[in-house]
Design a protein around this ligand. Structure first.
Ligand SMILES: Cc1cc2nc3c(=O)[nH]c(=O)nc-3n(C[C@H](O)[C@H](O)[C@H](O)COP(=O)(O)O)c2cc1C
Length: 334
């Protein structure tokens, strides 16, 4: 009997496959299907800083509406919108997901700045979330702000969320830092129990027919695992916090490669949007077969065996590999 179980953010998962945040994880029916097909844990779609702030501004407007128009109005306070807002719907989703599933349910908060919206981290914990994934989806475009300032801002955000909850916290970020290894180390030092690597940033396209900028959502492919693969392989050497890979995980080969370099868990969105929740059962079965064929008894036994610290040629993860690969390129015209 092959043991697929892993520990992620201190939680026991029956296997390392996690459904990452997407519209698929918004419906209880889909979550049930994912669990039935063997998922190890689920991440709910994000509640966004913008959603919360928009809602709070609307509530504030209601408070002040009519107050200054007459003396009586000063005592009139219109009823607040009750459970109709997106933040309340989100807390309901956590509660329903927890009641429907046995596997861990991770809630996701998505934003970039320290502010009142962060109180929802505690509300998510109160609603029953097993952990919180903080997604810092940041595209710094201000010409006057330095990389160091951006990094401090992200670290402050992690410190603020860490300080407000006692359940496990993971941080999902992009890879665009001058010193990725140092930044990841700082996030863990600020209190992240795990890192989700890496955000897949949507790039705008141009719609040539209508001459409009089109923020097109495209699904990933397996080539995209190579960015998290390199960095998880390198980070595993020093970072003992949980590491989850996101971007490009479609097949068992993708999952195994990431586990070999040291990922504790691998996340899937595009593959599940493309093939549906039943795809989990295939990848899970294929993972079991791969371990049997390669004479492993458990995921724990193979996990990290090819990280930079254990691999015979550590430079393979670094720049030297780049030069060799370019110089030895062969193709039809070379
Ligand atoms: C349609 C769609 C919606 C997504 N929504 C969220 C979200 O709400 N929060 C989040 O952190 N990531 C979100 N993601 C990103 C995914 O969780 C995942 O990190 C990304 O798609 C890369 O993984 P993949 O290659 O398996 O698709 C979304 C992705 C897609 C395609």
């Amino acid at each position: 009997m092959i043991d697929l179980s892993v520990r992620y953010l201190g939680l026991e998962l029956r296997n390392p496959l996690i459904a990452s945040a997407s519209p698929l994880t918004r419906s209880i029916d889909n979550l049930r299907e994912l669990e039935r097909h063997g998922i190890g844990a689920v991440v709910l779609p994000s509640l966004f800083e913008e959603q919360i702030e928009h809602e709070e501004m609307a509530i504030e407007d209601l408070h002040w509406y009519g107050r200054e128009s007459s003396a009586e109005a000063l005592d009139y306070r219109p009823p607040l919108p009750s459970s109709s807002g997106s933040s309340q719907q989100y807390l309901d989703l956590i509660w329903e997901a927890k009641n429907a599933l046995k596997v861990p349910v991770i809630a996701s908060l998505n934003g970039t700045s320290v502010g009142g919206w962060l109180k929802y981290a505690q509300a998510m914990a109160d609603a029953g979330a097993d952990a919180i994934e903080l997604n810092v989806y940041l595209v710094p475009t201000d010409f006057t702000i330095t990389g160091a300032e951006i990094e401090s801002r992200i670290v402050d955000l992690v410190l603020a969320v860490r300080g407000s909850i006692s359940i496990p916290l993971s941080v999902k970020v992009g890879a665009s830092f001058s010193s990725v290894a140092n930044m990841m180390f700082r996030l863990v030092s600020a209190g992240a129990d795990g890192l989700v690597l890496f955000n897949r940033f949507l790039q705008p396209d141009i719609d040539l027919e209508n001459l409009k900028v089109d923020p097109k959502v495209t699904l990933s492919n397996s080539d995209e695992i190579r960015l998290p693969l390199r960095w998880i392989g390198i980070l595993r050497r020093e970072i003992t916090a949980s590491l989850a890979a996101t971007s490009g995980v479609h097949s068992v080969d993708d999952a195994v490669k990431l586990l070999l370099v040291g990922a504790d868990a691998v996340m899937m969105t595009s593959a599940l949007l493309k093939h549906g929740p039943a795809h989990v059962a295939k990848v899970r079965r294929d993972l079991e077969d791969w371990l049997v064929d390669h004479e492993y008894e458990s995921v724990a036994q193979m996990r990290g065996s090819m990280c930079q610290a254990h691999y015979g040629d550590p430079l393979a993860f670094e720049r030297a590999n780049y030069m060799n690969a370019l110089v030895s390129y062969q193709g039809p015209h070379v």
